[in-house]
Design a protein around this ligand. Structure first.
Ligand SMILES: Nc1ncnc2c1ncn2[C@@H]1O[C@H](COP(=O)(O)OP(=O)(O)OP(=O)(O)O)[C@@H](O)[C@H]1O
Length: 347
């Protein structure tokens, strides 16, 4: 089914120093309505620049941005940045008053024409309830935890029911244990209110669990896009594989020692594809155990080769213990980074 588009950029370029070394170059994207689109990429790849261009906060040097086929006006053409149907939540609560109560903070998201109306109370209450922060309504914003602050900024952004919500690294300040709850609530809001969300993120876990669509940026250019499943299961680029999953990279010589015969330069093995199995043949040593909440990531070593392995049986394999593994899948990347899909291998 063809998705209805709400936002698009046509060959948009924004450079900060007059050359291609910064910002974004010739970017054409389509944002589907009522979905969550994640813009991903390494630090400095242009994610925030693209988000600000979509919002109209930055003006493109070339190209155009459209909201529902209506061109987003340039700064000199409008009184306020951005289209009124969009809201941007920036990183680090930049535009929040730390002394204001949660109630007043959320209320400040209403436009002048909405303030003082009969509907004001209901709008504030609905927004607070939607983000599950009504009990905090009298607390000063500055006294809240990172996760609570983020809920308030989103409630403020949503109070006037925008059509598009743009979120820059929305879970950065949110404690890992509260992330999933907030991710779930954003998904719920998207479904209930039909809001379109565009978010910038560098965390594979949140991208894969939340987004309907992914746009991969590298050095200011779009290099891949598609659903999280498509890109995770069949990344065209080594770069995409690195962004979407915790992984190990081996040379073909190293891979050979793991039973993988490949003539291509780089072999990528997702931690999720390294399975711990019973057996006596090949012993790997657990060098490090990384706590990841409901699972662990093990850094394991054999003959100088280091791999990452996901382990759900927590505390079963302490540092120094010996384990056997199966490599269930891997990707081979050659000179042009186009991968060959690989068959499961036992090690
Ligand atoms: N206001 C600015 N002035 C000059 N250069 C800038 C400005 N904003 C961004 N850049 C540069 O443009 C490039 C892209 O920056 P941007 O913030 O869009 O990347 P990002 O992918 O969001 O990075 P991060 O994940 O680190 O936030 C970087 O090289 C950055 O240094």
């Amino acid at each position: 089914m063809h998705n209805e588009m709400i936002l698009e950029t046509i060959s948009v370029t924004k450079n900060y120093f007059g050359d291609k070394s910064s910002g974004v170059n010739n970017v054409t994207i389509f944002i589907p309505k009522g979905k969550i689109t994640a813009i991903v990429g390494e630090s400095g790849s242009g994610k925030t620049t693209l988000l600000n261009l979509l919002y109209g906060l930055l003006q493109p040097d070339a190209g155009e941005v459209f909201f529902k086929e209506e061109r987003i006006l340039k700064r000199e053409e409008q009184l306020q940045p951005a289209h009124e149907a969009m809201r941007l939540v920036t990183q680090n609560n930049q535009d929040m008053d730390f002394y204001a109560t949660v109630w007043d903070s959320v209320r400040s998201g209403l436009s002048a024409s909405e303030l003082g109306k009969d509907t004001e109370l209901k709008k504030i209450t609905d927004s607070l309830n939607m983000l599950d922060i009504f009990p905090l309504k009298d607390m000063p914003f500055g006294k809240l935890s990172g996760g609570e602050k983020q809920r308030v900024t989103i409630a403020k952004a949503l109070i006037s029911k925008p059509e598009v919500l743009l979120l820059d690294e929305p879970f950065n300040q949110v404690d890992a244990t509260y992330r999933e709850g907030l991710q779930h609530d954003i998904r719920y809001i998207v479904k209930e209110w039909g809001v379109t969300v565009v978010l910038v993120s560098h965390d594979p876990a949140e991208i894969l669990s939340m987004a309907d669509e992914l746009i991969v940026l590298k050095e200011g250019e779009i290099v891949e896009n598609g659903s999280p499943e498509e890109l995770y299961n069949s990344p065209k680029l080594l770069y995409t594989a690195q962004i979407l999953a915790s992984n190990s990279q081996l040379t073909s010589e190293e891979a050979k020692k793991c039973g993988i015969n490949s003539k291509r330069g780089t072999i990528v093995i997702y931690a999720d594809h390294v399975k711990i199995v019973k057996g006596f043949s090949s012993k790997w040593t657990v060098k490090q155990v990384l706590f990841k909440g409901f699972y662990e990531e093990l850094i394991i070593e054999r003959d100088g080769i280091i791999l990452r392995a996901t382990n759900y049986a927590k505390r079963k394999y302490p540092e120094g213990s010996k384990i056997n593994i199966n490599i269930e899948d891997y990707f081979e990347f050659g000179k042009w980074e186009s991968p060959v899909r690989s068959l499961p291998k036992e090690v």
